[in-house]
Design a protein around this ligand. Structure first.
Ligand code: MN
Length: 294
């Protein structure tokens, strides 16, 4: 692992510049080295100032987003695809301007529950849009990672295997997978095997519990997850993600169906997540060392 991060929605919906700066301070204060932000519209936020604040806190920034339905690059409507591609290009620019390292999330479709299967034409539109966005991201020095999410949040990429096929179709070696334990727990027959299948195509990783609350309160077997990450020599960033109705963002809270509070106080949640992930990673490393000594 390179850096351990935390999603800003553990702290704030991020409506104001001050909210985001406070979230940065709280993240760094808990020992996180990265904060994940939702796409910040450049006209609403001072990206330079956020970049300087992050740098002074020794905090890297990841930006994640899902496309709105009207800007769905997996649509058959060329206008929607054009709008989506423009949105992705402007997001890459914003990540660069805020001093971030990567753009991730549901970049290849709208973030919503679809009422129909994806179409061949729509998938091809998405492949082409992501391929062109990858070129822009590469030129800007920004990693581009596609988050594989569950069936209620996209109809296009629900499994690692689908994600790898999609990336191969783009023909770009700059596109990687963004996997998330919450989503894998719903869609993958074997989440650890899915991590091993992703191998060196894994570019970013979300740690979330099955109920999106406190790590350890749900049903995910994190031992198997950390063993798999060690096996593939995963050396990129890992970010803790948790949502509660205690923190509300109109767009994301509704798209993710956050209807109740899995926690009400964020500081104990964040501290617990940091300790939990550190200990589980240490345990995995010790298991591996014990085996190799035999
Ligand atoms: Mn996620």
């Amino acid at each position: 692992m390179r850096r351990l991060g935390i999603h800003s929605f553990c702290w704030t919906g991020g409506a104001t510049q001050d909210d985001i700066e406070k979230a940065m301070e709280a993240s760094a204060g808990c020992g996180f080295k990265l904060i994940e932000l939702a796409y910040l519209r450049p006209e609403k936020f001072d990206l330079d100032r956020l970049a300087r604040r992050a740098q002074s806190l020794d905090l890297d920034i990841a930006v994640t987003m899902g496309l709105p339905a009207a800007s769905d690059v997996s649509s058959e409507d060329p206008d929607a695809v054009r709008r989506g591609e423009a949105l992705l290009a402007s997001a890459v620019t914003a990540v660069r301007d805020v001093g971030g390292s990567k753009l991730g999330g549901i970049l290849y479709s709208a973030h919503m529950k679809y009422a129909a299967m994806p179409t061949d034409r729509g998938r091809q539109n998405s492949v082409e849009a992501i391929a062109r966005t990858a070129d822009i991201a590469q030129a800007a020095g920004i990693d581009l990672v596609l988050e594989i999410v569950n069936r209620f949040e996209t109809n296009l990429l629900n499994t690692t295997a689908q994600g790898l096929d999609f990336i191969a179709a783009t023909g770009s070696d700059h596109v990687r997978l963004h996997l998330d334990t919450f989503h894998m727990n719903i869609e993958e027959a074997n989440p650890a095997a899915a991590i091993r299948l992703a191998g060196d195509r894994l570019g970013y990783f979300h740690i979330g519990e099955s109920n999106r609350g406190y790590l350890g309160d749900g049903t995910i077997n994190f031992d198997l997850i950390f063993d798999a990450l060690l096996d593939i020599g995963y050396d990129r960033d890992i970010t803790f993600e948790s949502f509660s109705s205690a923190v509300v963002d109109e767009g994301l809270s509704i798209a993710c169906a956050i209807w109740r509070d899995t926690w009400t106080e964020n500081l104990p949640l964040a501290r617990h997540a940091k300790a939990y992930i550190d200990i589980r990673r240490e345990e995995a490393a010790r298991r591996r060392a014990t085996v190799s000594r035999a």
